[in-house]
Design a protein around this ligand. Structure first.
Ligand code: ZN
Length: 213
């Protein structure tokens, strides 16, 4: 599987292109903005995407999704349906984040915890991780030992919980249940910043190890 990272928006959100090596099927994950930049990167690499996956409904993760859906005639899949209020509020989010006006849209399909979704020959387990947002999901690929974790956890940090419907204890519980239950050698690909691993965060993340209050 090939993974390409394209930082988008002033928030430097990590839009990821996942490509199955066997089938050449490709997914765009969290296209937060800069649709021209994403299309250019795909064209340069000769990639024809087959689907868009979303971890959650914050504008810096979904801002280019509707444009790319129309451009490539593909579906938007995820997140979990508790996220709908963030999609309904996309116009307000544009003001909140200081982004260009955004017309609200919805995904084609909501995902549920425990579902398995495929990208060519690759299987991904969907895990529901509320806390940063209520319908946040992560995508876990056991055969490649990696997880796309959006804004649940970052290298040395965790997602913000001060937005509407955010909740700190819920986020910590999600991380312990759905992220730290993976083996230490699983790679964690976050929505912002460098990639990390389960082992690194288990031992060094101050929000988890309890070294901070
Ligand atoms: Zn977010």
């Amino acid at each position: 599987m090939k993974i390409t990272t394209i930082p988008v928006t002033p928030f430097m959100q990590n839009c990821r292109i996942l490509q199955c090596a066997q089938s050449a099927q490709a997914a765009i994950i969290d296209p937060g903005g800069d649709s021209d930049k994403i299309i250019r990167a795909l064209t340069q690499r000769g990639i024809e995407p087959s689907v868009i996956w979303l971890t959650h409904g914050h504008l810096d993760h979904v801002g280019a999704a509707d444009t790319l859906r129309k451009h490539y005639q593909i579906d938007i899949v995820g997140p979990q349906r508790d996220e709908q209020f963030w999609f309904d509020a996309l116009a307000q989010q544009a003001q909140m984040f200081g982004f260009a006006p955004q017309v609200p849209f919805l995904p084609d399909t909501w995902l549920e915890h425990g579902q398995t979704i495929s990208l060519g020959e690759q299987q991904f387990e969907v895990r529901h991780c509320p806390g940063h947002t209520p319908g946040h999901v992560i995508f876990v690929c056991h055969s490649h030992k990696l997880a796309i974790v959006g804004d649940v956890i970052f290298k040395g940090s965790i997602g913000r919980t001060d937005f509407p419907k955010g909740d700190g204890p819920t986020l910590i519980a999600s991380i312990k249940r759905e992220v730290l239950s993976l083996d230490d050698d699983y790679r964690l690909l976050s929505g912002h910043g460098e990639e990390t691993s389960v082992g690194q965060e288990r031992h060094k993340n101050p929000f988890i190890s309890g070294k901070f209050g």
